[in-house]
Design a protein around this ligand. Structure first.
Ligand code: GDP
Length: 451
């Protein structure tokens, strides 16, 4: 998502580099390129117009002197304006004063509602809530089952109409009644959040809107979230408008941000509907989900990286003891940094999620996008197999791994000797680099202090 937009925007700033001050012509030319970049990314026209006008105006008024050069000034202005159209501040979930907080999901079929319900439940559960999922989508065959399966994966309770009885799916069931009973049940069983999944249709229709509105009236939700597939482009804005008129909602959830669509929906929806994007979904796994932070998204689009998200993920999964031990070793305390440590670190990183996704959050990685996309996550399995074919002594003292040991290790792990050579070389290189960094220093990342 946003790859082309990122590239186009960074191209539009290139012409400004090295300029001492911005002329009217510079500003016009850059504004034109930004306009094209946004239109190509499928951003809605009214949003593009407002955006470009704001950038132009601010660029004209920008101070010539100051800490930033003209190119940096324009980037900063574009960044600020991106944050603004993405909704400004992060909008967090509002909880009811009296439990349970009721969250209702609405959207078209296929938008990713059912998946999202489970993601949201898991997310809330991780924060100490005790959520209950409610299957009020009795339209789509299998929707109830799907919610039950996902709920089980997330380890949360699912309230569903019992198949076969009067409210059962086979009998057409009454989703309003199911939702109402679910709230009572949640109150009784002390669940503090109830997430109601409602039916979607392939297109917008009266009956769908009416049913969603009826459920809304029956459960009086604290938050209605409109779930929309970011890959459907301009249609996302149209659908968002229709749901706003038909059902109304408090916030938007964008799904499938991992897709390679142009991303205009994400950039238009908050501005066009006046409702904030609250969450973003970026994959099929239940953990591919997070709060939507306009500022982080903007800096990702501008390839300034998203270090905050990266750090948060690291904090969630990192084993602090292990990390401290490894750091001490790199500084020459507590023994030498060995191949075992190397493997353990790689596995830690892997626990944080897809390596490709994580590397993509580093500043300046835009230029390596192709290599990143081609990175094979299984590489870590191969490295693991090789290291596990070594003896404990070899892992602790990699210098002893000579030619004959290498061919034995290669055989044992089903790899080529050249793979083993490469791994050992890489280990020594990595160790050297990490030791340098641990000593406070040199080889930084592009765009980072110290680089
Ligand atoms: P619903 O009809 O709105 O309930 O949609 P579902 O939850 O059944 O999702 C439709 C399809 O989209 C399923 O195949 C999901 O696995 C997939 N999906 C949902 N969210 C995401 C996402 O963020 N990224 C990707 N790649 N796929 C998703």
């Amino acid at each position: 998502m946003f790859a082309t937009l990122s590239d186009r925007l960074s191209d539009s700033f290139k012409n400004l580099r090295g300029k001492g001050r911005l002329s009217e012509a510079d500003i016009d030319a850059t504004a034109r390129e930004i306009r094209l970049a946004l239109l190509e990314a499928d951003v809605a026209l009214p949003v593009v117009k407002e955006f470009v006008a704001a950038v132009k105006e601010r660029a004209r008024g920008a101070e010539v002197s100051g800490a930033l050069n003209p190119a940096q000034q324009v980037i900063k202005i574009v960044n600020d304006e991106l944050v603004t159209i993405l909704g400004g501040e992060t909008r967090r979930l509002r909880f009811a004063k009296q439990a349970p907080t009721v969250i209702m999901l609405a959207g078209l079929q296929g938008a990713g509602k059912t998946t999202l319900a489970a993601k949201l439940a898991l997310w809330l559960k991780d924060q100490g809530s005790s959520p209950m999922l409610v299957a009020a989508d009795l339209q789509r065959p299998n929707a109830v089952k799907q919610l039950q399966v996902n709920g089980e994966r997330a380890g949360v309770t699912v309230f569903a109409p019992e198949p076969g009885n009067a409210q059962g799916v086979e009998h057409g069931g009454d989703p309003v009644d199911v939702a109402r009973r679910a709230i009572e049940e949640a109150r009784r069983t002390l669940h503090d959040v109830v997430i109601v999944d409602t039916a979607g249709r392939l297109g917008i229709d009266e009956e769908l809107m009416q049913q969603a509105a009826d459920i809304r009236d029956a459960v009086d939700p604290d938050e209605v979230l409109f779930v929309v597939d970011a890959m459907i482009g301009q249609d996302a804005v149209r659908t968002a408008q229709a749901f706003l008129d038909g059902v109304g909602y408090d916030g938007v959830v964008l799904t499938k941000l991992d897709g390679d669509a142009r991303g205009g929906a994400a950039l238009s929806i908050a501005k066009m509907t006046g409702k904030p994007v609250m969450f973003a979904s970026n994959g099929e796994k239940l953990t591919d989900f997070d709060l939507f932070h306009p500022d982080r998204m903007a800096s990702r689009i501008l390839d300034m990286g998203d270090l905050l998200t990266l750090i948060e993920q690291a904090e969630k999964t990192f084993d602090a003891d292990q990390a401290a031990k490894a750091a001490a070793k790199l500084q020459g305390q507590g023994g030498e940094f060995t191949l075992d440590d190397f493997l353990e670190q790689m596995q830690q990183v892997r626990k944080m999620g897809s390596l490709t996704k994580m590397l993509g959050m580093l500043p300046g990685m835009g230029q390596f996008r192709e290599q990143l996309e081609n990175f094979d996550e299984r590489e870590i399995d191969r490295i693991q197999a090789i290291i596990q074919s070594m003896t404990p002594a070899e892992r602790a003292h990699p210098k002893m791994i000579d030619g004959s040991r290498r061919s034995r290790i290669a055989k044992g792990s089903g790899r080529q000797v050249s793979d083993v050579n490469q791994l050992v070389d890489r280990f020594f290189e990595a160790r050297k680099m990490m030791q340098q960094m641990a000593r406070g220093g040199a080889p930084g990342l592009p765009g980072m202090p110290g680089a």
